[in-house]
Ligand binder design. Structure first.
Ligand code: ZN
Length: 178
C-alpha cells in the first residue's frame, strides 16, 4: 500500500525515531509499503519519519551509471536500526533531493566513505563500507531517523538563499499536517 508522504514543516520530520526492538509482521508490512511508496514517487530512499512512522527503518536503492550512459536503479533494500561509524575525513559534494522537500535539489558535502551496520528484515546483521552514491543515500536516510534534513547541512549562506523556496514548500503542504 502506498503511504502518504510527510512534507517540510511537519514536526514528525524533526522528531528522533525509535529503535525497532522486534521485527514483527507489522514492520515487514511497513517495509513493503515504504518500498512501494519510494518506487511510486521515483525516489531512491525513504525513511520511517517521512511516512509518519518514528521508527529506525529506511528503504533505499543504489543508482549506477550504465556503460551506455543512463542510470540504472538497483533492487530495493531495507535497513533497520542502522549505526554509522568511521566517516572518512575526505568529503564529497553531491546533488541531493528529498521526497519531503519536493522540487529542490542542492549540492551537499558529506564524508566520501562511511561504515554502516544494520539489520535486514530477517533480523540478520550486515556490516559494510559504503562509498559513492550508496554512502550518500544511506547517510541522507539515516539523518531522517535523527530528525535531520539535508538542508540543515548547507552553509548558513546557502540556507538563507533558499529560505523563500522552503517557505513556499511549507505553505503548499501545511494543510496536510495534522
Ligand atoms: Zn530525504
Amino acid at each position: 500500500m502506498k503511504l502518504p508522504i510527510r512534507y517540510l514543516g511537519d514536526p514528525l520530520l524533526r522528531t528522533k525515531a525509535k529503535t525497532i526492538a522486534e521485527i514483527t509482521p507489522e514492520i515487514e508490512q511497513l517495509a513493503q509499503d515504504m518500498i512501494e511508496t519510494m518506487i511510486a514517487n521515483n525516489g531512491v530512499g525513504l525513511a520511517g519519519p517521512q511516512v509518519g512512522k518514528l521508527l529506525r527503518i529506511y528503504v533505499f536503492r543504489d543508482e549506477k551509471l550504465h556503460p551506455a550512459g543512463h542510470y540504472e536503479l538497483g533492487e530495493p533494500q531495507v535497513a533497520i536500526n542502522p549505526v554509522f561509524t568511521e566517516p572518512s575525513k575526505e568529503t564529497e559534494s553531491m546533488l541531493e533531493g528529498c521526497l519531503s522537500i519536493p522540487g529542490l535539489h542542492l549540492e551537499v558535502s558529506r564524508p566520501a566513505r562511511i561504515r554502516v551496520r544494520y539489520q535486514d528484515l530477517s533480523g540478520a546483521f550486515h556490516e559494510q563500507e559504503l562509498t559513492g552514491f550508496l554512502a550518500r543515500v544511506n547517510m541522507h536516510e539515516n539523518d531522517h531517523l535523527n530528525g535531520v534534513l539535508y538542508i540543515d547541512r548547507l552553509s548558513a549562506k546557502e540556507r538563507k538563499q533558499i529560505e523563500p523556496e522552503l517557505q513556499k514548500i511549507k505553505q503548499k503542504y501545511a494543510y496536510l499536517i495534522s
